[in-house]
Design a binder for this molecule. Structure first.
Ligand SMILES: C[S@@+](CC[C@H](N)C(=O)[O-])C[C@H]1O[C@@H](n2cnc3c(N)ncnc32)[C@H](O)[C@@H]1O
Length: 286
């Protein structure tokens, strides 16, 4: 049951399945250090220490929440999906970490109590206008928000066949796009709408290329299965989804001229990050 009578919206149900949550836990990776560096230099510049409470909204199975632990006295991960929060709770965490099932638009924290609110690959799923009102309510004056994601612009790297592999991955993405939820247009527009609706005047939107992330062929196939559009496809046509996965795997191995699914390769992703700072009261009135 969700608290505060808030109804689980269709978009949130994309991540409800227990199997999907388990795939998520296994195949998604934490936010890269370069993104964390951008977020923390912004927080340091705008607010500065002490850093008491961070809320990681849409935390999924908790990979994004865990990276925040070294910086804050209290770390709260929230998600609308019970299955995801159950997965997150199974990972051993230090005592300052807690998790809670709740919608992004009604967070269980006091007014003006949050130093930093983060959402990694999650904000495009939220109901943006009420979420923005919630942001205004929960942030401390001078508190900051970071809404970030990687985009579908992904490149694969392996020897001399990087271009071919990237092209194969794009073809699969094009097939899966038919199963994309309408909310993914926010991601495709690189968070322009989120930036425009951010209620604080002190805001910026950054787009950058991340450095290489190590994968194996098997890991990449797992990552593909963690996409919400793959899960939608699988629910609608399980056999076709399995066939697509097998074909993709074979095409990768043939192109790379290898037979082992454990063959290492790398991917690079494009990231977007909308950062903003809630204006302290004295600055509003001066
Ligand atoms: C793509 S996952 C990202 C998980 C995690 N932050 C990460 O980086 O791996 C998006 C998460 O947002 C959650 N979500 C979607 N709509 C939500 C809402 N309205 N309120 C809270 N969580 C929501 C989903 O349940 C899902 O776990």
């Amino acid at each position: 049951m969700l608290p505060w009578g808030y109804k689980s919206v269709m978009s949130a149900q994309m991540f409800e399945g227990k199997d999907h949550a388990a795939i998520y836990q296994k195949h998604r990776f934490p936010p890269p250090q370069e993104l964390l560096n951008i977020i923390f230099s912004y927080l340091e510049e705008k607010k500065g220490k002490p850093y008491d409470l961070v809320v990681d909204v849409g935390c999924g199975s908790g990979q994004s929440t865990q990276v925040l632990v070294p910086y804050f006295a209290r770390v709260l991960g929230t998600d609308i999906s019970e299955a995801q929060i159950q997965q997150a709770k199974q990972t051993p965490s230090p005592s300052q970490v807690s998790y809670c099932v709740c919608p992004a638009e009604a967070l269980p924290v006091e007014d003006g109590s949050v130093d930093l609110l983060t959402a990694f690959t999650a904000a495009h799923w939220f109901d943006i206008p009420p979420f923005m009102r919630e942001l205004e309510r929960v942030l401390k004056p001078g508190g900051c928000v970071s809404l970030s994601s990687y985009t579908p612009k992904m490149r694969i790297h392996y020897g001399h066949c990087s271009e071919e592999l990237t092209e194969i991955f794009r073809e699969i993405q094009a097939v899966l796009n038919k199963y994309a939820h309408e909310k993914l247009h926010v991601l495709l527009s690189e968070y322009q709408e989120i930036f425009d609706l951010m209620p604080f005047p002190d805001k910026k939107r950054i787009i950058f290329q991340g450095s290489e992330i190590s994968f194996t062929v098997a890991g990449l196939m797992g990552f593909l299965q963690s996409f919400s559009m793959f899960q939608t496809f699988k629910n609608a046509q399980p056999e076709a989804a399995e066939a697509l996965l097998q074909q993709t795997q074979s095409r990768f191995l043939e192109t790379m001229k290898v037979s082992s699914l454990e063959t290492p390769l790398a991917i690079t992703l494009e990231y977007i990050c909308v950062l903003a700072c809630k204006t302290p009261k004295e600055k509003v009135t001066s």
